[in-house]
Design a protein around this ligand. Sequence first.
Ligand SMILES: Nc1ncnc2c1ncn2[C@@H]1O[C@H](COP(=O)(O)OP(=O)(O)OP(=O)(O)O)[C@@H](O)[C@H]1O
Length: 302
Amino acid sequence: MLEIDGISKRFGSTVALDGMTFTVRPGELYGFVGANGAGKTTTMRIALGVLAADAGEVRLDGRPLDAASRRRIGYMPEERGLYPRMAVGTQLRYLAELRGRSAADAKAAADRWTERLGIAEHRGDEVQRLSLGNQQRVQLSAALVADPDVLVLDEPFSGLDPMAVDVMSDVLRERRDAGAPVVFSSHQLELVERLCDRVGIVRAGRTVAEGTVDELRDASATELVVSAPHAPAGWADALPGVAASRAGEGGTVLTLADTSEATLAGVLDAARDTGAVHEFRRRRPTLAEIYRDTVAQPPAAA
Ligand SMILES: Nc1ncnc2c1ncn2[C@@H]1O[C@H](COP(=O)(O)OP(=O)(O)OP(=O)(O)O)[C@@H](O)[C@H]1O
């Protein structure tokens, strides 16, 4: 289990992290999302000891991170970090040996991961000669080559083609299924929604919403879709608990001020009064919609 507990970090007058807190459990894929500059990379750098925190603590399996436990983490930095002129295979073997693997194990792991990630044919090529997406596959191989217990990946999907996205997704799921805590940042919210067990939305250096995608969707479901074909325009505008209404999704989409039984029953009764009701359902927002609502709110409200 990887715990980020109350991390704060300033760069001069810039507050990059302001009590960042979240936990990635064993066997969990955790999506870390937030606007540019929200503090994702800084959090990951602190988790890896590349940067020191001003306050707070990072723990792995309940113990504060130290040099030994950091070696258990596979890290994919945003700025990437490969030696451009070194051949792919040589580089991966070197990185695995740096992490204490024997030469034979390092070679076997480098061969296995380059095969798995579809870059076996590039083992002899200098990294700088590879396309950006293939360099990224090498970078993921570098994070995996020492068989880490935890994965921390900064925007691993950016710039990948659809096939590479699938391979990357499969590898992350496999590591999760093998029991590793896996956390990655991404701006691709549909991918995060599809892939992640839990999601943390960060804003101005702190977590402002967290949960499974279903939990976040349920908590944010304040819209109703009502299809009542005989209802006149504006039929729901003045109903108690209805903040706004618009035509859409084959009927009327109502934004509710509250989702109490009384409000729902009042809307259903009003719809029935107009004639047949073909559809009456809560509209669950996408992660992208939840994200926009969350990051658009003032910090206190979020
Ligand atoms: N080395 C640094 N020196 C000064 N300011 C920094 C430094 N690193 C980060 N910052 C600032 O800290 C804040 C958080 O940046 P960070 O890179 O962690 O955000 P991010 O969420 O990863 O953004 P992005 O989605 O753009 O990658 C920003 O205001 C950034 O300008």
